[in-house]
Design a protein around this ligand. Structure first.
Ligand code: GAR
Length: 211
């Protein structure tokens, strides 16, 4: 039985999709904990209601020059208390230090709301619309020290329609995220997905498109 820790910062709808799929599909895994950097993250309540351990490591408590290192060290301590096989970033909005990402290399996934390598960082859908993109999407990738740059595991694509704005595009992509992220996590816990030399190694049954 694999152990998964999910990190959130807010709503937690991707976390919710993963928790529901893990239970419904009887994965060989359990969600050991949901951890937030914000005490008011809405997703914490859903996790607690589903009998999942929750914890908060409030980034605002850390100040000064080494605040990122100190926050990451505290977070790492809490995560490792649950001895996870996989750490899942689900709307976790903190930039992570290289020491932190190195510690979880090959066992930390992120979902980013763009078709990477385009539009790393924030406000991805607004920037895609501004550029006149005809397609938007989301990417699941292994986490490395460079923000939004790890090996790509899966992508979901949605069209941009005539009347779209940031909210409508974001809602369309989020629906796909809720299909894609549980599938990718399921692949990992089923031993069908691994990171090998900066690339993703995918075994049978992994290829699937989300659109
Ligand atoms: C999701 O759209 C996710 O792709 C994005 O934040 C949202 C979180 O929603 N992640 C990032 O922007 C990471 N850079 P959720 O809390 O409802 O899952």
């Amino acid at each position: 039985m694999k152990s998964i820790v999910i990190l959130i910062s807010g709503r937690g709808s991707n976390m919710e999709a993963i928790v529901r799929a893990c239970a419904a599909e009887e994965w060989p895994a359990r969600i050991a904990a949901v951890i937030s950097n914000r005490p008011d993250a809405a997703g914490l309540e859903f996790a607690a209601q589903h009998g999942i351990a929750t914890a908060v490591v409030d980034h605002k408590v850390f100040s000064g020059e080494r605040r990122r290192e100190e926050f990451d060290a505290a977070l790492r301590g809490v995560i490792d208390g649950f001895a996870p096989d996989l750490v899942v970033l689900a709307g976790f909005m903190r930039i992570l230090t290289p020491a932190f990402t190195a510690h979880y290399v090959g066992r930390m996934l992120n979902i980013h709301p763009s078709l990477l390598p385009a539009f790393t960082g924030l406000h991805t859908h607004a920037r895609a619309l501004e550029m006149g993109c005809k397609f938007v999407g989301a990417t699941v990738h292994f986490v490395t020290a460079e923000l939004d740059h790890g090996a790509i595991v899966a992508q979901a694509v949605a069209p941009v329609l005539a009347d779209d704005d940031e909210a409508s595009v974001s809602a369309r992509v989020l629906k796909l995220e809720h299909q894609m992220y549980p599938a990718a996590v399921r692949w990992f816990v089923g031993g069908r997905l691994a990171q090998e030399g900066g690339r993703v190694r995918q075994l049978d049954g992994v290829s699937q498109s989300f659109s």
